[in-house]
Ligand binder design. Sequence first.
Ligand SMILES: C[S@@+](CC[C@H](N)C(=O)[O-])C[C@H]1O[C@@H](n2cnc3c(N)ncnc32)[C@H](O)[C@@H]1O
Length: 401
Amino acid sequence: MGTPEDIGRAVQRLYNTYPFPPDPLTDGPPPGYNWRWHWPAVHSFCTGALPVRRDIHILDAGCGTGVGTDYLAHLNPEATITALDLSEQALAVAQERTRRSGVPRPVTFHHLSLLEVASLGLTFDYINCVGVLHHLPDPAAGLRALADCLAPGGLLHIFVYAAYGRWEIRLLQEAIRLLNPSANPVQGVQTGRQLLAHLPRDNRLVQREKQRWAMENHWDASFADMYVHPQEVDYTVDSLFDLMSSTDLAFLGFSNPDHWQLERLLGTDPDLLAAAQGLPLRQRYRLVDVLDPETTHYEFFLGRPPVPQFTWDEDADFLAAIPEVYPCLTGWPSPSLLDRDYRPLDLDAPSFQLLSACDGRRTVADVLHQTGADLSLVRQLWQRYLLVLTPAGTSGRPASV
Ligand SMILES: C[S@@+](CC[C@H](N)C(=O)[O-])C[C@H]1O[C@@H](n2cnc3c(N)ncnc32)[C@H](O)[C@@H]1O
């Protein structure tokens, strides 16, 4: 394709032609939540405890048309939000989106490559970088640029593509490039749609598009983002961990942890499951990677050490902590709700009673005293992301990574 500058210009051209994501603008706050954009939920996931501060500085790096930025602004009303992107057309939409949604505090937008984020002279407590790094000619350079402006204890959420589940996409991308060497995005979309309309119905690329992607790809902007991209790096677990090791940040976990549960794949065979669970962590991830080639992306958190880690192993610390109902549940206070991933959930009577007693002021010990529940139930509710905890005092006694 050419120099990194040529690639940058081609990426910019794509997103100026088709700003992404194409979600329509609406008046008022966006519906629902994504817990990955809610600082207290993110902090609890990464450290085990609620954050001390909510008046933090958040960066949305490669904000596109601002769908994520808008959530970040509404879900974190005390935070200062900065967003940047290469595409001026995407930024114009993002600006209009946040204006119409009535964000609690204005977002500052910059037309800037994330490679130059240091020029802002800022440090951030939370950086969201979704669907961006894999479009850089050198994603590790992009990751390092973001890492360099992360405050100590700061957290970074990243989403990048996975190779195995995007195999058919890569093949159709190549076919489109062969037939449309001009690299004109509009012609690329036409060629891609023509191919999918005329290939045999049982063709694997057609089948995959129909079963997996057609819903979102009715928008030309989504189709272009998927099939007409001038620059894409796809990862495996191994190359992903190599990417992470290009910085001094700590890996704090995938932000879709259920996907990485070995039980999901091997749960019906206790021997295989036990053998798999005996592997080192990275090999366990790799096993899921190779056994589930449907994986289309990786989403995960990194943190700048020292990041506190509250494991709550000590009963005394746990009893002194202050529990609150998990902030990202739909339907609370009802025993029938949707969990943080919008899955239906029916609480049994003891769990409902215990959560109802968590008022954000009383300690775990007080709540147990009031409800007669067992400490193990509080632990379970914390592990299931149904309650969050504030340590006693200001900092508790965490280990850190
Ligand atoms: C797939 S979109 C993702 C948008 C948004 N993060 C989301 O998830 O909805 C990728 C965005 O990254 C931007 N981008 C690509 N390379 C960039 C760079 N080096 N610096 C800043 N933005 C970049 C593109 O212009 C585009 O708007």
